[in-house]
Every structure is written in structure tokens, then in C-alpha cells.
Design a protein around this ligand. Structure first.
Ligand code: FES
Length: 498
């Protein structure tokens, strides 16, 4: 038995014939429609809701088609994605290598593949200048919010690893195409692509099964620099153009951290500092004149809103800032949820007004009220949400504490704390200190340094020498595996308190 399914999306309708029992989320995804599915279709996050006419709002991953239906898909949301680079970036000579000889006016594309978002930098390789920047949501998000759900998707589906790769390649080709159309240059003027990302994203891009990264001892299949012909992987640039991947340190300290750290100008930064990139994994390093220690903690996707009942990514409708003086909602619309930076502010505020004690217990859901009008919103935080935040903040704080203890460095010895990436850029540092996520040091020591991974990708595109600098950095790094560190377990329990 087959049925007709009509998908309505922003004024357009497509019609599909499906077999009895067709999974609705699957159908939506197969038709290249972006839909939030942070739990990867396991029915646990409740974020993949769509409206089925006459049936109301349904969880699409749990919905099977047993009749003709009309489905109204959610509007596409503009996501706040950080692509900016920062003034602490080192200067490198433009020396992109032989591929630059392939075109009279060669262009390159630097790509930062984040788990949630992707940033693309189009670079004129003759002058080494960034001529355009584009961003998008990582299309793999439909397979799950975090790296583990992507890895599981790859492992559980016959064509999974291939799909994870092709969807990234498609996104890169689309960006190149768009730029060619806008600027009038030809696709074979692009001669080089540089990729950074966390270790799982790099495995996905290379079409390599990342399953070993998901299980102890979390050993990646590769960490080294990769140089391949673009055509081998389906990236549509010049026939002889190349793709280069920056190196990673371990399964959870990826090329995004390595490239980001290597991009900093050592003459402009402190001598003893923390470098922290908070995402679903908190990747971090402690740098001292004698050693560099790096680690990663599984913070979970709470700060990206994925396992928070009304959590959402930094898109329209998300409460992104909150204080007793008011709140800010992305897009200046009615609030429909809370993104990571808003969550931290709200919890900090709950501590300030003594609604939340040390243990994080609440007697009832905390309904967000507009502090200006005292009107209640439809957004609230539950006890379970608070627990998720405690787990996430404790993971990061405990990772920081362990690195400091191992290196015998006290927080008062730190010259700076650099916060890299989108989340680190948007959070209110005072709130983050208040909830115990970040160390309590003078605010002026904190520097929000923007998307250093993207900056690193640009430098790796422009300069072959920068690749070697990244390799040198990796040699100096000492990686600590926190999942087998007993002291970390104790720290983790202690840092659960507010
Ligand atoms: S509940 Fe459907 S994707 Fe999470």
C-alpha cells in the first residue's frame, strides 16, 4: 500500500509517494530539508516536531505514514554563526604551494567544519586576502547534535559513513558554486581547499569510519596531516587542485584546536594561559613556557540546547542574554527557547536571587519572566535541565582543574584565559564564573578570541609553513585522557555544586 505525502515548506509544496509505515523524519531528510534532529531520530529530544494537518504537531522520527498526509515543516531559522577572526592572529607569508600555479589568479577555500556549523573563507591566493566569508549549519546535524550520534549514524547505516562524507562535500561544492556565480570566476580558479575540524569531522570528511573514537581507548584512525587530490574526494575545483587537512592531537583534541592555537601570535599573547573551546566537547589546553597540556571533556550538548527541554541553538527566538534588567532574544521576537549563553545567564540569575542553592534543586519549573514587564513567557527550565547544566559545567571546570593540577599552576598564575569558538564568544563571562563553569579570575584576563579554528584553516590554506607549525605544536602537546583519570572523577563530583 502506498500513500501521498505533501511537504509544505515556506510557500513551496512537494509531493511524495511513500510505502506504508514510512518514517516521516527519514522522508523529510531524504528530501534535503533541514530539520533539527539532535538525538539523531531516537525519539528522545522532541526537537523534530512538524505539523501533520488533522493530527497536530507530531514527533516526526516516531511518526509512521499510514494514510495520505499534509505536513507543514518548520520555517528555516537563521543561525548566529561566528566566523570572525581576531587581531591576535599571527602574520604568515602567502606560500600556498605548487597548486597556486594552476591558475593565473588562484583562489582557495578554507573550511572550518564544526559539529554544529560550518564556516567557509574564500581566499585570493595571490595576495593572501580573505575576499568572502560564508557560513551554514553543518548539514550532518540532521543525523544528531553531537559527534557520538554522527558516529553511531555512520556505524548503524549501510551507507552511513559515505553519506556523512558526501553531505559535507556537497556543502563545500555548493559554496564554491555560489561564489563562482556571484563573482564571475570559474570553479577551476579554485586550486586548493584547506579543512580543519574536530577529529570526528575530519574522519567523516575523509569517508573514514570514526567508530574507534567513540569507544575506549578512543584512538582515531588518523591524526596526521592529509594531502589529497580534490577530485579523489569529489570536491569540484581545478582538476589538479588539492585538499589539505590540518593535523589533530587525539580523538577529542582535533585540528580545530591545533589550528586555532597555532594561529595565535606568540608575541601578542600571555606566556601562561588557558585556551578553551566549549562545544559539545570542551576542548582545552594549558600553555606554560615549559609545557602544553591538552584534554577534552564530554560536556554534552547542553550548551547547544540539545538536551534541555526548551533548549535551542542560537537561532531566532532563543533567549541569548538574561539578567535582572531584561533579556535579549535573537531576532527580537517572542522567546521560544533558550540557547547556551542564555542558559548560563538564567542559571547565574537563579543563584543570585537564591532560587538555586548549592545542590541545584528546584521545587518547581522556573518560568522565565520578562524582567521589564513582569510578564511570564512560555519558556521555562526544569529540574532535569538544571542537572544537565550541572553536568556540562562540571565537565569543563573539572577538565580545567585537572590540567592546572598536573602542571602545578595556580589560577592566579595565569596571564590570560582565551575563549575560542562561537559559544565562548557569546557567553557572559561573569555568569559563567558565577555558575562555576570558568575560573574566578579578573575579567580583564579573559579574551574572547573568535573563531580561531577558521583563522587556522585560512593560515593552513595560505601557507605550507603553517602546516609544519601545527605539527610542531602537536609534538609539544601532552594529552591527558580524563576518562581514565581517577582525580578527574572526584573533581567532577565536587564541581557539580553551584
Ligand atoms: S525526538 Fe526526533 S530527532 Fe530527537
Amino acid at each position: 500500500m502506498s500513500y501521498k505525502v505533501k511537504l509544505y515548506k515556506q510557500g513551496e509544496v512537494t509531493e511524495h509517494t511513500v510505502e506504508e509505515g514510512q518514517n516521516l523524519l527519514q522522508l523529510i531528510q531524504d528530501n534535503d530539508v533541514e530539520i533539527s534532529a539532535p538525538c539523531g531520530g531516537h525519539g528522545t529530544c522532541g526537537k523534530c516536531k512538524v505539523e501533520v494537518k488533522n493530527d497536530g504537531h507530531v514527533t516526526s522520527c516516531l511518526y509512521e505514514v499510514h494514510k495520505d498526509i499534509d505536513v507543514v515543516l518548520p520555517e528555516e531559522l537563521e543561525m548566529r554563526i561566528l566566523s570572525s577572526q581576531y587581531e591576535l592572529t599571527k602574520t604568515v607569508w602567502t606560500n600556498p604551494g605548487k597548486s597556486a600555479d594552476l591558475a593565473p589568479l588562484p583562489y582557495g577555500l578554507a573550511v572550518d567544519i564544526g559539529t554544529t556549523t560550518m564556516a567557509f573563507y574564500i581566499v585570493n591566493l595571490l595576495f593572501g586576502t580573505v575576499v568572502d566569508v560564508k557560513t551554514t549549519i553543518n548539514p550532518q546535524s540532521k543525523f544528531g547534535a553531537d559527534v557520538i550520534s554522527r558516529i553511531n549514524y555512520g556505524a548503524e547505516n549501510k551507507e552511513g559513513v559515505k553519506n556523512l562524507q558526501s553531505i559535507l562535500v556537497k556543502s563545500i561544492n555548493k559554496t564554491i558554486n555560489e561564489y563562482c556565480e556571484e563573482s564571475g570566476i570559474a570553479f577551476d580558479d579554485f586550486v586548493k581547499v584547506s579543512i580543519v575540524g574536530n577529529t570526528t569531522m575530519l574522519h567523516n570528511f575523509m569517508g573514514v569510519d570514526a567508530l574507534p573514537i567513540a569507544h575506549a581507548p578512543f584512538t582515531p584512525v588518523f591524526t596526521e596531516v592529509k594531502k589529497i587530490k580534490a577530485k579523489e574526494i569529489g570536491v569540484k575545483i581545478h582538476e589538479e587542485g588539492e585538499v589539505v587537512l590540518s593535523p589533530s592531537k587525539s580523538g577529542y583534541v582535533g585540528a580545530d584546536i591545533v589550528a586555532g592555537m597555532a594561529s595565535l601570535d606568540t608575541d601578542k599573547i600571555g606566556k601562561k594561559y588557558l585556551f578553551i573551546d566549549i562545544g559539545t566537547n570542551g576542548e582545552m589546553a594549558l600553555v606554560t613556557p615549559n609545557k602544553i597540556i591538552a584534554c577534552a571533556t564530554a560536556a554534552g550538548p547542553a550548551f547547544e540546547g540539545a538536551n534541555i527541554s526548551q533548549g535551542m541553538s542560537a537561532t531566532n527566538g532563543a533567549i541569548a542574554k538574561f539578567s535582572s534588567n531584561g533579556y535579549e532574544v535573537i531576532g527580537n521576537v517572542e522567546p521560544t527557547g533558550i540557547c547556551g549563553s542564555g542558559l548560563i545567564d538564567i542559571v547565574a540569575n537563579m543563584i543570585d536571587i537564591e532560587l538555586l542553592g548549592m545542590e541545584g534543586n528546584i521545587s518547581e519549573d522556573f518560568i522565565i519572566t520578562n524582567p521589564n514587564t513582569s510578564e511570564k513567557t512560555n519558556v521555562s527550565l526544569t529540574q532535569q535541565d538544571i542537572r544537565e547544566i550541572q553536568l556540562a559545567k562540571s565537565a569543563i571546570a573539572s577538565g580545567i582543574n585537572r590540567m592546572m593540577a598536573i602542571a602545578e599552576v595556580d589560577v592566579s598564575d595565569l596571564d590570560n584565559i582565551y575563549l575560542a569558538g562561537g559559544f565562548g564568544n557569546y557567553i557572559n563571562i561573569e555568569s559563567a564564573i558565577r555558575i562555576g563553569l570558568l575560573p574566578d579570575v579578573a575579567l580583564e584576563k579573559y579574551v574572547q578570541i573568535g573563531n580561531t579554528a577558521g583563522t587556522g584553516a585560512v593560515l593552513a590554506l595560505k601557507s605550507e609553513g603553517f602546516m609544519m607549525e601545527q605539527e610542531e605544536l602537536i609534538k609539544k602537546m601532552e594529552y591527558i585522557e580524563l576518562s581514565t583519570d581517577d582525580e578527574f572523577t572526584m573533581e567532577f563530583a565536587m564541581n557539580m555544586f553551584f
